[in-house]
Design a protein around this ligand. Structure first.
Ligand code: AHG
Ligand code: MN
Ligand code: MN
Length: 324
């Protein structure tokens, strides 16, 4: 594979954080996510051949049927993160309670993750992903369940991986948002999308139009305005819809409706990490009534409405929804 002297993810994170004492070890956490995603990508590619598609027959804490790849990816990332030497605790969509790796000396970081996003698309070979929010534990903090309920604005980094026509890991730090593409043969991620900023143009809106009948009147009006102005693109995998909108411009909206009064998506490991990425790339993320990153979490798996993407369009959509 000719990589043309591109920077590897390892070179990037070591240059970014190696000498920043207050976040020492964050590079090891990102490399643990990268290694886990390399293993997940292999499983995703081989699942049908290895009879690893389909469900486990179990229902998770969300009340959703667990796909075998949901469980496999959860185990892979728990393993790579727990053995990184820098993760004190993990919150995971597929695991009801927090995984306390080592509350005392297990390292300085707390990771909240959606190990496999877009489960309904696994069996039909449509793009899926993994999402990670990373917080730093307070100095001297003994990590317990409540330690995972930090506001999104306290994240030190966030990342997602999209397993699509290529496998791309997007990493947002306090300084920049960068994309890295996996060379599956070598297992190495190379920087392919330096300094990502959401384009000012907004060609697309992403929402599940099938929910429109259950929306309240202001939200119905907000979605109608998007429908009148933009082209609809909806994959049904949040990561894939968000990644397209991040690179090409666009807005994603999963508002509350009559059947989902708190929305469908999860605050801690979908909205917060992607909200962090969006804001670092010049975009915005809102519940429709407040900034996602300001929401005070009450429980690990709580849901939230999510309006995410191009800043101007998010702000105008929110003003219609909230009536401000
Ligand atoms: P997950 O597979 O982690 O449960 O997430 C699925 C989510 C998200 O990826 C996507 O945007 C949304 O579900 C789609 O929901 P609908 O099928 O209701 O549109
Ligand atoms: Mn998800
Ligand atoms: Mn998931």
């Amino acid at each position: 594979m000719v990589t043309g002297g591109k920077t590897t993810l390892q070179e990037y994170v070591e240059a970014e954080w190696q000498n920043k004492s207050q976040i020492q070890g964050l590079n090891a956490v990102i490399l643990a996510i990268a290694e886990g995603s390399r293993q997940v990508q292999q499983q995703v590619q081989q699942a049908a051949l290895a009879d690893a598609l389909g469900t486990t027959g179990e229902t998770n804490v969300q009340g959703e049927i667990v796909q075998r790849l949901d469980e496999a990816s959860s185990s892979i990332f728990v393993e790579t993160l727990s053995t990184s030497g820098h993760v004190a605790a993990i919150g995971c969509e597929e695991i009801e309670d927090p995984v306390i790796v080592d509350g005392e000396t297990g390292g300085g970081f707390i990771v909240l993750m959606d190990p496999l996003d877009g489960s309904s698309n696994i069996d039909v070979a449509v793009s899926i992903g993994s999402i990670f929010g990373i917080w730093k534990k307070a100095p001297g903090e003994t990590v317990n369940d409540d330690s995972l309920l930090k506001k999104g604005n306290e994240q030190v980094a966030a990342a997602y991986v999209v397993y699509g026509s290529s496998t791309v890991l997007v990493l947002a730090t306090q300084d920049a948002v960068c994309g890295f593409t996996l060379d599956a043969q070598s297992g190495i991620y190379y920087e392919t999308h330096p300094n990502i900023l959401i384009p000012d143009a907004c060609p697309y809106y992403s929402t599940n139009e099938g929910n429109s009948k259950g929306l309240d009147e202001p939200t119905k009006k907000a979605i109608a305005l998007l429908r009148d102005k933009y082209s609809q693109r909806y994959v049904g995998s949040l990561v894939a819809d968000f990644h397209r909108n991040l690179l090409k411009g666009g807005i994603f909206a999963y508002p509350a409706d009559l059947n989902r009064r708190d929305g469908r998506l999860r605050l801690m490991y979908e909205a917060n990490p992607l909200g962090f990425v969006a804001e670092q790339a010049g975009g915005a993320a809102s519940t429709g009534y407040e900034r996602i990153l300001d929401v005070l979490p009450k429980e690990l798996h709580q849901r939230t409405p999510l309006i995410l993407g191009n800043k101007d369009v998010v702000e105008s959509t929110v003003s219609v929804i909230s009536g401000d």
